[in-house]
Design a protein around this ligand. Sequence first.
Ligand code: ADP
Ligand code: MG
Length: 242
Amino acid sequence: MSLLEVDGLTKKFGGLVAVDDFSFDVEEGEIVGLIGPNGSGKSTVFNCIMGLYDVTDGSITFNGDDITDDATHEVVNKGLSRVSQESNPIQEMPVAGNIKLFTLPNSIRSFYGGASEEEIYEYAARIDIEDKLHEMPSELPHADVRRLEIAKSLATEPELMLLDEPFAGMNQAEIAELADQIEGFREEGMTMIVVDHNMGGLMELVDRIVVLNNGDFLAEGTPEEIAENERVQEAYLAGEGL
Ligand code: ADP
Ligand code: MG
């Protein structure tokens, strides 16, 4: 049994088929890259897994449990979390409060009013923003806002974390640092799916890449295999390159 099994996932928005009969599995401990040109359906797959979109057809199984029709808070309580492509911190709250809010969906912690200050410090420290806990999100540089989004996700104690374009807008040094941190999460036992529109940050990081194109499964393989795959290269020709 794989940790995550997505089977025949289909998502339609009216007449638009955003994801079409798409299947892939993720094994425990893996880092899987999910790539595809812009608009190919990557974020929609994440939204379906997280219970944010109703699935048109297909099934999603996590730890052997059918989560296809679960609400988001149920999915989060079962050990899944997602870092959105867009950052959306609450601007009126410092970094610490933004992280604390994400410890509330857990029913036991919610009873106690969320995580303690020490726990929040630990989440921030795992992504190196522990010295920013009292700053407001608007005071942070872009890369730290993205790190805050990851800290919020860590605060739900995920077993499987979905990262949607985590490297977007970062410079090379920031990308390398974040890739190291993602490796560190794996060493701590986390499984991850990293979405990107091209292979840039993923080449050294992921075990395996799954390629989506126009909502369809296009290819799967090691980063080296995908980099050389002609069908993948063709799919990227119109856009900004693989
Ligand atoms: P990607 O993340 O690969 O760039 P998306 O999953 O965001 O692609 O989008 C896939 C397709 O689904 C696009 O055509 C997009 O316009 C459409 N889509 C995504 N979300 C919605 C929505 N909430 N309502 C209507 N169409 C949507
Ligand atoms: Mg997207």
